[in-house]
Design a binder for this molecule. Sequence first.
Ligand code: K7E
Ligand code: CUA
Length: 654
Amino acid sequence: MKTRMWLLAGAAIAMSFAYGCKPKGAQSTISGDAASKVYVPPGQYDEFYNIVSGGFNGQMSVVGLPSGRVFKILPVFSVHPENGYGFSEETKPMLNTANGFVPWDDLHHIAISTTNAEHDARWAFGNANNTPRIARVDLTTFKTVEIIEIPNSAGNHSSPFITENTEYVVAGTRFSVPTGADENRDVPISTYKENFKGHLSFISVDPETGEMDLSFQIEAPPFNFDLARAGKKKSHGWFFFSTYNTEMAHTLLEVNASQKDKDYIMAVNWKKAEEYIKQGKGKKQSVKYAHNVWDENTHTGVSTIKNEVLVLDPTEMKDIVYFIPCPKSPHGTDTDPTGEYIIGSGKLAAIIPVFSFTKMLKAIEDEDFEGPLQGMPVLKYESVLHGEVQKPGLGPLHTEFDGKGFAYTSMFVSSEIVKWNIETLEVVDRVPTYYSVGHLMIPGGPTGKPHGKYMVAYNKITKDRYLPTGPELAHSAQLYDISGDKMQLLLDFPTIGEPHYAEAFPASLIMDKQVKFYKMEDNNHPRALKGINDARVERDGNKIHIYLTSIRSNFRPDNIEGIRVGDEVYFHMTNLEQDWDVPHGLAVKGANTAELLVMPGETATLKWVPDRVGIFPFYCTDFCSALHQEMQGYIRVSPAGSNTPLKFSTGDAE
Ligand code: K7E
Ligand code: CUA
């Protein structure tokens, strides 16, 4: 995003508007009572949970609003040494892909589950931009519980937007690529127009369990798919994808993908697509992708490689795809809370077009087409247009809604947020952001029921806002009060990683549903221990299984001998605590891995291959009691082939 926007500034927009032009009055806009509006007194809670993407750190962060306090870093696509995510044997399968273990990704967008177009906040979805995947986080445990890979895709940016009852979460490919058998994919890049394809994936979500399933894909022209939003209420059943590079360039996109005055919003009638599927239409294509599911009974992830996807060709199913012309290289496409209006944010456009769903349906019915594009109808711009917001600012990216008839659009180039009336299209207010705002967010903003009290801007540049930290500076979030006519800046605070999108919802939706510990009797991990008397060490060839218990404040066993160089040692640690917030950690000297942080009632496994002779201490890393510092043990490693007998003990001086 950042890089793309740097280039963009050089493209069509006069240099005087380029990066770094600073809004006036940067210091003076905070009024005296701002601090009291964000102050959450000790012992009280924030009003909203804000789940924020971490961009290139591959994580989500959990922030309270209005305070801006960070409560948790939640690993999704990146390994997290803090708790062993991606390092423990149980979590490694979560990061498996058709390419093997991929320990990192670039997470841009958050979708919070909805029912009837309102947040139910059961799950948070996130997209992996690089190795295309979608993750689902359970908001009772704040754990990544599922990751599904997307075949036929490259650069899963237009994702993970959801339909109003979370029927589907979508994944539109940013990079179109050739698909199919090896010989169809091994083609000259210069044959882009003929051989490359875009794919829009619809992943169904089980309404009870949340489990995802790659339901179908729609094959599309080789455009770049950027963002998307589902229709809602009256437009429920439709999905809108923004496209750029409809020039279908494959080199120097900065110039070559900015040639046309208009690109498209691709409107997809997914209910119609479902009907075709019921009639048996579509082709099964063989592909390879991973589907990773976390099981809270066994505290273990299982990765399955799948081999097939159903692909629909919209040139054969005439009424599932329509193109709406949209100026110019649109980034965000957003639907208002009523589902009537579709807003396209053309990065290089001087206006913001607002389309009417009602007019779109009418134009489709009247076959009011400008012509076909790759065998699919293009609607006439004027026929679908509700109107244009004039002179909104420069570089519109994303739009959110307050539920009171207003839209708020982030302006990257002119570093501001512009508030406008959805019906009259008049700009009614604008505020500066510091600086170069990307996404913006209103709690409930993408749903049918926004909570129009706060707005947060997520900024790319913070020069002169924070204490400098070397060559790289923090990104920032800025909180505004939008309860009155004028937007008022309340607070700015640094973020974790690079925030792109975020969503927020009332804390009351999930606060009382939090899992406090895992019940021991429900722990079906095959190597779980039910009590301290089961603690033991077993040898199986060159594999050593250490069945370890932890409870304040000891490990059992804590003296282990008879390990040899070249053994594979597995610590299966069960945390026997049955109390909230009492994790125990496990760290082993010299182990080529991270620690484990094991939740109460959970079992997790650390693998260690000792490469030298000696005594190796291990210890608990989480300050769990006054005697935490006593929570430790020793392992003796003897040479390969030694006869040191295997033995283990606790509190035994023998
Ligand atoms: Cu940063 Cu949504 Cu990837 Cu716009 S995207 S800012
Ligand atoms: Cu257990 Cu510290």
